[in-house]
Ligand binder design. Structure first.
Ligand code: GLA
Length: 678
């Protein structure tokens, strides 16, 4: 689309048709140009198996098209209709302990169920046939939030599918026995038929089996998506296909999923009560952009105000919806959409806010903000397609995430996203832009690569990271990285085997800390800071290897590790690598990353006061700088370049600075030569 998309989930089937013209009128008032139609309408479209009713959908699509509103048409397969599970009860998902999930909510299907897959494909074929040439059709929305409620199923159909998946992966039962380390606890299999998903067992199931089950579950759902996508691509090769992601969602390997999408889209519901909400939403935005390999993405769902699924659902403060919408655009989104258009009267989400509330729009505290944002976005066509450039890469790998958080580790308190956030927070606060990357990606465009707790690493991934440093890259890695291979078998020869030479250290043992306790570490300048969660017994490698041993830049300052390395730095090849043997507190992390980044030549977007987020998008005609004030105070951004504020707040520039009220935003079109190179 030549314009930023603005709109949301529209569920006209919940309303009498007399209401629809009013919807269109209000959509035009709000500046809506794209709506997602029919996400949960399967039981309307196919009221009984094989009988279809598309009349209502025809009528609403015509109305929308008449109003100039494009449609992101959903395939409606996220909530199977009652007749399907009635005819095929075996399609209902089963938990690890054998409990079957019943219909009555949504997403009640086993991803491997042939009955579900067949019925879904049949419906999508009918929809593609009917609407392929509809002038309102702008995008296909496959399913909805895959895996949100049912990321995995342990039923017999799933067991059969899992076995086939394993056969494809390993070829022989012997190879599987080796990969699963099946001699531990007498688990050698003699035939494929004996193999099961990791159902509830007396104690820990085999971790390699569990890891493969994670892989399989992500793939089984991806196959459901693929079945629908293939139908749509055959009929409408030029219509983009998406399915909506859920931020940093553990069950699905979004790297693999995003490769199959034309446009990445995301649902974002930051908690207004969470002081880190802005940082977390920014991180999700960077992840979406990175998953799409830099292409613009779409904020598919957010709420104008309250959700209804937290224990206590706080309202957004005035301006917060607008601020968080701009945050998505600043981080690469070309569209801002909501769940949902009109607030439901019935059902499980009737107290979830919507653009059109139960009462009148005139009385709604959020409607004016919705209308204002819609009008503003119309002025930002120049942003469409503009790219965000990052100088820092942060490594995230789903397989490592799954393996790291399986039980029976030195500490179950070690959670990947806490660690990723401990890096990301420092960058966010310093207005340094980062992309997320896989361990095997080309890293050459980054001045600095951060590797939070990469417990599992493939041979290729390890080679790539080491090659990056050898070739002149700078890297920071934290504890419990490089420990196992892709089968979750320990890499022998001293931890972290694939990175020891690069880091110039050997980790001899892990000494996790009790929850809530800290240990001081002392830096080279004599200052001490508290660290937590984890410590390690680290030996510096003896000089004489490639680049010699690492230098100690901080040491533990009490307890059994007193005086031993806590943070190290090693010159290796043409680059260098830092290693953190413990979790630094936020201040020390920020200071360390600031120093490393400065040395690597990483530059902040602009120097802005605390609480102001700055991001730049590069368009062919010049760059666009977004300044967003997350604080409760008015602030002046002095370092901001001159240039037109596309939101029209041009007058308010005391002494050349950009003045931002609390939660306010400026979108500055920079003169060609004022943007930095990153
Ligand atoms: C998700 C779903 C929507 C709705 C919202 C409510 O994002 O995709 O259907 O349930 O949550 O917040």
């Amino acid at each position: 689309m030549p314009h930023l998309a603005y709109g949301g989930d529209y569920n006209p089937e919940q309303w009498r048709e007399e209401v629809w013209p009013d919807d269109i009128r209000l959509m035009l008032e709000a500046g809506v140009n794209l709506v997602t139609v029919g996400v949960f309408s399967w039981s309307r479209l196919e009221p009984t198996g094989g009988t279809y009713d598309f009349g209502w959908l025809d009528r609403i699509l015509s109305l929308l098209h008449g109003g100039g509103i494009a449609v992101d048409l959903a395939t409606a397969t996220a909530s199977p209709p009652p007749w399907l599970s009635h005819e095929h009860p075996e399609m209902l998902p089963v938990l690890a302990d054998g409990v079957r999930l019943w219909p009555g909510a949504r997403q009640h299907y086993c991803p491997s169920s042939p009955a579900y897959r067949l019925a879904a494909r049949r419906l999508v074929e009918r929809m593609a046939e009917r609407y392929a040439r509809h002038p309102a059709l702008a995008m296909w929305h496959v399913g909805n939030e895959y895996g949100c409620h049912v990321p995995a199923c342990w039923c017999d159909e799933s067991a059969r599918d899992f076995r086939h998946w394993l056969e494809r992966r390993y070829g022989t039962v012997d190879a599987l026995n080796r990969a699963w380390g099946a001699d531990f606890w007498s688990q050698r299999y003699s035939s494929w038929e004996e193999i099961l998903p990791p159902r509830r067992a007396p104690t820990w199931s085999n971790p390699s089996q569990q890891l493969d089950f994670f892989r399989f579950c992500s793939d089984a759902l991806l196959e459901c998506f693929e079945i629908e996508r293939a139908v749509l691509k055959e009929r409408t090769p030029d219509v983009p296909v998406t399915t909506n992601f859920m931020n940093v969602f553990k069950p699905l390997d979004y790297w693999r999923w995003a490769e199959r999408e034309d446009i990445v889209s995301n649902d974002s519901y930051p908690d207004p009560g969470d002081p880190d909400a802005g940082m977390r939403a920014a991180m999700a935005g960077d992840l979406m952009r990175s998953l799409g390999r830099g292409r613009p993405w779409v904020l598919m769902e957010q709420t104008p105000n309250r959700v209804n699924w937290r224990p206590v659902n706080l309202a957004k403060a005035p301006g917060q919806m607008r601020l968080w919408s701009y945050q998505a655009i600043a981080r690469g989104a070309d569209g801002v959409m909501f769940f949902q258009w009109r607030q439901s009267r019935a059902g499980a989400e009737k107290f979830h806010s919507a653009l059109v509330p139960h009462g009148s729009v005139e009385a709604s505290p959020t409607w004016p903000e919705v209308v204002k944002l819609g009008a503003e976005l119309k002025r930002l066509d120049v942003v469409c397609g503009a790219r965000v450039k990052a100088q820092v890469g942060i490594v995230i790998d789903w397989e490592s995430w799954w393996a790291l958080e399986l039980p029976s580790k030195p500490s179950t308190e070690l959670r990947l996203m806490d660690q990723v956030e401990s890096y990301y927070r420092a960058l966010f606060d310093g207005n340094v832009t980062a992309d997320f990357v896989r361990p095997t990606d080309d890293l050459s465009r980054f001045r600095l690569v951060l590797v939070p707790n990469l417990y599992l690493v493939s041979d290729d991934g390890a080679r790539n990271l080491v090659g990056y440093v050898r070739g002149g890259g700078r890297l920071v890695m934290s504890f419990f990285s490089g420990i196992v291979d892709s089968a979750d078998h320990v890499r022998l020869g001293g931890y972290p085997a694939p990175f020891r030479e690069m880091l110039g250290i050997e980790v001899v043992d892990f000494l996790p800390l009790p929850a809530g306790t800290t240990v001081p570490i002392r830096w080279s300048d004599g200052t001490t800071t508290p660290s937590s969660l984890w410590t390690e017994l680290v030996n510096l490698s003896s000089p004489g290897g490639d680049g010699g041993g690492a230098a100690k830049i901080a040491e533990f300052a009490s307890g059994v590790l007193d005086g031993r390395p806590a943070v190290t730095r090693h010159e290796y090849g043409n680059g260098n690598a830092h290693y953190l043997a413990t979790r630094l507190d936020a201040t020390a992390m920020a200071e360390l990353l600031r120093r490393v980044a400065t040395e690597a030549g990483v530059t902040p977007v602009v120097n802005a006061p605390a609480g102001v987020e700055a991001i730049r998008r590069e368009a062919p005609g010049g760059s666009i700088l977004f300044l967003m004030n997350h604080s409760e105070e008015s602030v002046d951004v002095r370092a901001a370049p001159t240039g037109e504020d596309l939101l029209g707040a041009g007058g308010d520039r005391p002494g050349g600075a950009v003045r931002l009220k609390p939660r306010d935003v400026a979108v500055i079109r920079e003169p060609r030569d004022s943007a930095s190179d990153g």
